[in-house]
Design a protein. Structure first.
Length: 190
């Protein structure tokens, strides 16, 4: 199945490949990035390789995977964005992260919006979750800009964690007296 390359006004999102292991390792070991992404653990290149291999395999198997985020014109990796199954369950988690040089420009929101549009349009899921550490206010702002709703606060890996979700609005059929002037479906309210 695999993932397509996505393009936004300022970004190119291309599917992960095994060639991205070194670049993702540099991103994931950046002290400011790993603070919230890897619970401040400096991960090995072998762990990155395993994550990328798993991500590529999942994308090829079922279309749920991750993209490299590159600012236009495409050059060095700025970060990553995409989806994974939560703890091997059927629930989907949206992940995103950028190097500090790209923070505060709306790029995480832009990348996440493109990924969500693809995921919903391709019917990969109807509901998606995002989890972040409580102090990660920048990530919470991204979630809120995406229209996500706060679900709950919980503890994961001994850290207070916020969970947000977004559900695709269902469409409902309506019946009209004059079918010629009535659409077959309209978006559900709200």
């Amino acid at each position: 199945m695999g993932l397509p390359t996505l393009e936004t006004e300022r970004l190119i999102l291309r599917p992960w490949s095994l060639d991205d292991i070194d670049a993702l390792h540099q991103i994931w070991t950046d002290p400011q990035v790993r603070r919230y992404l890897w619970d401040d653990e400096v991960i090995s290149s072998q762990r990155v390789a395993a994550a990328v291999e798993d991500g590529v395999a999942a994308a090829n198997r079922n279309g749920v995977g991750l993209w490299c985020v590159l600012p236009k014109p495409a050059s060095a990796l700025a970060g990553f964005c995409g989806f994974r199954y939560i703890d091997d369950a059927s629930e989907i988690e949206l992940l995103y992260g950028l190097l500090p040089d790209y923070w505060g420009q709306g790029l995480a929101t832009e990348a996440a919006r493109a990924a969500l549009a693809y995921g919903f349009d391709a019917a990969l899921f109807t509901r998606v979750y995002v989890r972040t550490d409580v102090p990660n206010r920048a990530s919470v702002r991204v979630m809120e800009r995406l229209g996500m709703k706060f679900e709950r606060e919980t503890r994961l890996a001994a850290r207070s964690t916020l969970i947000y979700s977004l559900t695709r609005r269902p469409r409902r059929s309506i019946t009209c007296a004059d079918d010629a002037r009535c659409p077959a479906e309209i978006p559900a309210p709200g």
